[in-house]
Design a protein around this ligand. Structure first.
Ligand SMILES: Nc1ncnc2c1ncn2[C@@H]1O[C@H](COP(=O)(O)OP(=O)(O)OP(=O)(O)O)[C@@H](O)[C@H]1O
Ligand SMILES: [Mg+2]
Length: 264
């Protein structure tokens, strides 16, 4: 079964794209057929996966307006098992163009109804807002994955995000759950990090991954080379964290399936 996971946080610069790109790469490296859908007009996930601008003529914008299929929009990357639906600035128009349309929050879900089953994992990189584009991701996904930057304002936006997720669960996607929260730009020498970690773990309990992503300059250098950090420098602390994160995700998925079997 295909697992569709939206990587969401309306706060900007918290590590959504870095997480999407590197977690997807780690899953692909483990042998999982993986697709990244770049649903951010900034196109950072496409850049991070080495897709040139000239190869973004067909993009996630066309998926949302329904003019192409998933297969037509996805391109291969240099990483085996990893495909991407790229994006570019055109996508910002979708927010306006779709306002008039019926079922505008369900466009991505409709597109995923054919072609998604060739993948084990689909990770959707969302923009830093809770607008219509992110709504499309939350309606299409089975689960939400939330990167949280270890900084003072981390928890401020979180309650708003959790309320939005509840609203989507009630109105549009009852199956939606949160499969994980992950702490990014973690600096264990910093007292504030320690404080935030204990608040977040106290509040969200086991939803929070035990794997944390350290602040690591290699993670920020890799996109300028058009490569995921895991390919750019597999041994840096950031890459190791994302490999651990993929393992933890797979372990949690196993537990989830066995719990579901028990309930059934
Ligand atoms: N663990 C980390 N250590 C150091 N730098 C990081 C780390 N994670 C991300 N960065 C850098 O921080 C910046 C923001 O990260 P990223 O683009 O992944 O965040 P984002 O949530 O996707 O941002 P946006 O909301 O704009 O889409 C980038 O320059 C990225 O390279
Ligand atoms: Mg991003």
């Amino acid at each position: 079964m295909t697992r569709i996971i939206a990587v969401v946080n309306q706060k900007g610069g918290v590590g959504k794209t870095t997480t999407t790109v590197n977690l997807a790469t780690a899953l692909a490296a483990i042998g999982k057929k993986t697709l990244v859908i770049d649903l951010d007009p900034q196109g950072n996930a496409s850049t991070g996966l080495g897709v040139e601008h000239r190869d973004r003529v067909v993009s996630s914008y066309h998926i949302l307006i329904g003019s192409v299929t998933l297969a037509q929009a996805s391109v291969v990357t240099s990483i085996p098992n990893l495909h991407v639906v790229p994006s570019n600035i055109d996508l910002s128009a979708a927010e306006i163009e779709l306002v008039q349309e019926m079922a505008r929050e369900g466009r991505l879900k409709a597109a995923l109804e054919s072609g998604a089953d060739g993948y084990d994992y689909i990770l959707i990189d969302c923009p830093p807002s809770l607008g219509l584009i992110t709504m499309n991701a939350l309606v299409a996904a089975q689960s939400v994955f939330i990167p949280l930057q270890c900084e003072f304002y981390a928890l401020e936006g979180l309650s708003h995000l959790l309320k939005t997720i509840q609203l989507i669960q009630r109105r549009l996607n009852p199956e939606l759950d949160i499969c994980g929260v992950v702490l990014t730009m973690y600096d264990k020498r910093n007292k504030l990090t320690e404080h935030i970690e204990s608040d977040v773990r106290g509040f969200l309990k086991e939803t929070v991954f035990s794997t944390v992503v350290p602040r690591n300059v290699r993670l920020s250098e890799a996109p300028s080379h058009g490569k995921p950090a895991i390919v750019y420098d597999m041994n840096c602390s950031g890459s190791r964290a994302y490999i651990m994160m993929a393992k933890e995700l797979l372990q949690r998925e196993k537990t989830r399936i066995s719990q579901a079997v028990k309930v059934a």
